[in-house]
Design a protein around this ligand. Structure first.
Ligand code: ZN
Length: 381
């Protein structure tokens, strides 16, 4: 069970934004990993506090939490309760000033070795339209993506040649600069990202002419996308590293693939099941017949026994969609509709009039058939 966020920070439900911030500082300082090395319980408390602060410091999330509790926050976006230490430290920037923990606690969890290479590329989104057959069987799609690709001339560094890169003179190559600031804890030395080189530790003195120093150019890449069987409209797949190339050798972004379903000419999807409306003539159901029905992959023959009633549902087991990453499979449901003629000629009319009073043509309850009421209850609970 998750603890109440207000309880975690020891504040009242009516706490102001300022009080929340203060309370969080206090708890975070107390349980900070650098002060409680190896203490699992402290680490949990530290994470718990960060999560509580993340929610309560955001007006929208806080109001959802106030109304619906933990359930109101759902699983959207980054998963709650799964914040990693990086997330938590990135939060500190807002309330403690940049990187203050790094220096205050002796350069613990994040100040060292964080010099990043280049700037990460952004994610790209593409839509992929799939027909029923592709959804049922999975598909490989080859698409051309227009995007930033790494510059071939400079291999993504952005520099004209090896001599074109120099150690940054502002930070001496560390990517960080130290400065003294006044904070709520008194005067402190803080470490911030070097403004001259953006934390890269190097500057470019002569730029690559192909990409003008960016390390990437606008181009195109052919990407093969493997789509697993069982995807659905609105699902998103992500291909790591297939988005825009980063600047100056930075990691590429991801390619996000949004799935769209193409409508089928005859079939409709209902969850994992596929539904088909079959129209048959009155004569055919009286005599019984065999009909061909479309399925996701090809056609299937089904037998309509003599005396079949309108509204009957036949089931083709396993002819529906598979569930993604599972062995479960839906069925095809065939709904029988008996066609009533809307135009008849005099001759036909005479024939039917002869039959009109026959007791065989009088509707009566069908033995063993479920009533409409029962079927509706089955379908909708
Ligand atoms: Zn270049």
């Amino acid at each position: 069970m998750k603890r109440d966020y207000y309880e975690v920070l020891s504040i009242s439900k009516s706490a102001s934004a300022d009080e929340i911030k203060k309370a969080y500082r206090k708890v975070a300082m107390q349980y900070h990993p650098d002060r409680n090395a190896g203490d699992k319980a402290a680490e949990e408390k530290f994470k718990e506090a960060a999560e509580a602060y993340e929610v309560l410091s955001d007006a929208d999330k806080r109001s959802k939490y106030d109304r619906f509790g933990h359930a109101g926050l759902g699983n959207n976006g980054r998963g709650f309760g799964n914040m990693n230490t990086e997330d938590i430290f990135s939060q500190f920037g807002d309330i403690f000033g940049d990187d203050i923990f790094g220096s205050f606690f002796g350069g613990g969890s994040r100040s060292s070795g964080r010099r990043s290479q280049g700037v990460r590329g952004s994610n790209l989104r593409v839509k992929i339209k799939l027909n029923f057959e592709e959804i049922a069987n999975g598909a490989t799609k080859t698409i051309k993506v227009k995007k930033y690709v790494s510059c071939n001339t400079c291999s993504g560094t952005g520099a004209k040649d090896k001599g074109g890169v120099q150690t940054c003179s502002t930070c001496g190559g560390s990517g960080q600069v130290r400065k003294v600031t006044n904070t709520f804890l008194g005067q402190m030395q803080t470490v911030t990202t070097c403004p001259a080189c953006n934390g890269q530790g190097t500057t470019i003195t002569s730029k690559c002419t192909s990409c003008r120093g960016e390390g990437r150019v606008y181009g195109e890449e052919t990407v093969n996308i493997d789509i697993p069987a069982g995807v659905q409209e609105g699902m998103q797949l992500s291909m790591s590293g297939k988005g825009n190339a980063g600047e100056r050798g930075g990691a590429p972004g991801d390619l996000i693939i949004l799935i769209e379903e193409e409508n089928h000419q005859y079939l409709q999807r209902d969850g994992l099941n596929v539904v088909f409306d079959l129209h048959v003539s009155f004569i055919d159901v009286v005599f019984g017949t065999q009909v061909e029905v479309p399925t996701i992959d090809g056609k299937a023959k089904i037998k309509i026994p003599a005396g079949t009633q309108s509204g009957k549902i036949f089931r083709l087991k396993g002819k529906g969609f598979p569930a993604i990453n599972s062995y479960e499979k839906g069925d095809q449901l065939i709904h029988v509709n008996v066609w009533t003629p809307q135009n008849i000629n005099a001759e036909e009319k005479a024939v039917l009039e002869k039959l009109q009073d026959s007791p065989n043509f009088k509707p009566q309850p069908v033995k063993g058939e479920k009533s409409f009421f029962e079927r509706v209850k089955e379908m909708f609970g």
